[in-house]
Design a protein around this ligand. Structure first.
Ligand SMILES: Cc1cc2nc3c(=O)[nH]c(=O)nc-3n(C[C@H](O)[C@H](O)[C@H](O)COP(=O)(O)O)c2cc1C
Length: 353
């Protein structure tokens, strides 16, 4: 058993990636932890006061370790001119749905508001993306036995996470579904693929590395281990599980996904994220956008209305490049199948004695 699995108290080198904004549910996280993997919950968009409820819900379903994930960057306000242009760009979609041009800001808890709850609740693992939380937060985790996991999309980010004292690093390749965890909100993400990124990060740091991006089955988990990762983090693979909160139109779009279906877009949130291409990503390509989280607020009601209407053309359909390999089975069965496949692949690769 690897150093990381021992530290986490987890049987399998398989982590359910956090998926904020709907797909993450306490049921999904608990099902993966109960199956011997490490379940995660993406709590980044939860309103103030809801974070504790979610932790209690997970604990009611499993006594095993789990991860709560937050964003290390709360984002910035938009300059008035930028806001005006961004509002104009989404106006026709909002208008068609009967929404006013301006959108109310989210009720989302900031990192400073949400983290104290994680601390009070002594969550087993705190993972984060979009940068490095303040030193006081990492210190508090260390002195309270909370394992920390930071996301890196480059070797430089991985080195910075290690220097800040995080316990393990999730190397997120460009193949990954959802937001690229790149620290600098204004920079284009480096887009290094998982296969290239993981071994370079493994060589650059001493802390355990987790591989994420495009991993869907035992072949992918075995490959991640071969590259030097101590575990694999899978998001898209779990989107069609019945326990996931994936909406019906999102599921419909995922069932049609092919290898070339995804694009990187900032149109929904202001931050670069990979999802299935649709009318909104196509029409908004090159349009003026507000920074995160303002753009996210501008599109929130539109996305909610589209989901209610069963329309996947105006929804954020976060998915990795191997989405076509997603299986529609319960999460616990998926963990068991993937671990069975991993063992088979590793055995096949073993040289003859
Ligand atoms: C729907 C969805 C939502 C995501 N939300 C988060 C999140 O809240 N926090 C985070 O750190 N990563 C998030 N990610 C990225 C995952 O942590 C992970 O890097 C990614 O799922 C790995 O690639 P894969 O989807 O190909 O397995 C999300 C990914 C997806 C697909």
């Amino acid at each position: 058993m690897s150093e990381l699995l021992q530290k986490l108290g987890v049987e399998h080198p398989l982590i359910l990636a956090p998926m904020a904004g709907g797909p993450s549910t306490p049921r999904l996280a608990a099902a993966v932890s109960e199956a011997g993997g490490l379940g995660s919950y993406g709590a980044a968009y939860l309103p103030r006061g809801k974070v504790r409820d979610v932790i209690h819900e997970i604990r009611a379903l499993t006594s095993r370790p789990f991860v709560i994930n937050l964003f290390a960057d709360d984002g910035v306000a938009a300059e008035p001119v930028v806001l005006q242009e961004a509002q104009a760009a989404v106006a026709k979609y909002r208008e068609a749905l009967g929404l006013p041009p301006s959108a109310p800001p989210a009720e989302t808890a900031t990192l400073a508001e949400a983290f104290p709850v994680l601390l009070e609740e002594r969550v087993p693992v705190f993972s984060f993306t979009f940068g490095i939380p303040a030193g006081a937060i990492l210190d508090a985790c260390r002195s309270n036995g909370i394992v920390t996991m930071g996301t890196a999309t480059s070797v430089a980010e991985a080195r910075a996470l290690e220097a800040a004292g995080v316990d393990c690093i999730c190397a997120q390749g460009a193949d990954a579904g959802g937001h690229q965890g790149t620290f600098d909100r204004n920079a284009e993400p480096p887009l290094v693929g998982t296969m290239a990124l993981v071994p370079q990060i493994v060589d650059a740091v001493r802390v355990p590395v987790v591989a994420a991006g495009g991993i869907m089955d035992g072949r992918g988990v075995a490959a991640a281990l071969a590259l030097g990762a101590q575990a694999a983090s899978l998001g898209t693979a779990f989107l069609l599980c019945p326990e996931a909160g994936t909406s019906a139109p999102y599921r419909t779009a995922l069932r049609q996904a092919r290898d070339d279906s995804t694009v990187i877009t900032r149109a929904f949130s202001g931050r670069a994220a990979r999802g299935l291409a649709n009318r909104f990503t196509r029409e908004m390509s090159g349009a003026p956008l507000a920074p995160y989280p303002v753009q996210n607020s501008l599109t929130r009601e539109m996305r909610a209305a589209a989901a209610r209407a069963g329309d996947h053309e105006l929804l954020s359909l976060w998915a990795g490049q191997a989405a076509s390999l997603a299986r529609e089975i319960p999460a616990g069965e998926l963990v068991a199948q993937i671990m069975h496949e991993t063992a088979k692949v590793l055995l096949q690769l073993k040289p003859e004695a």
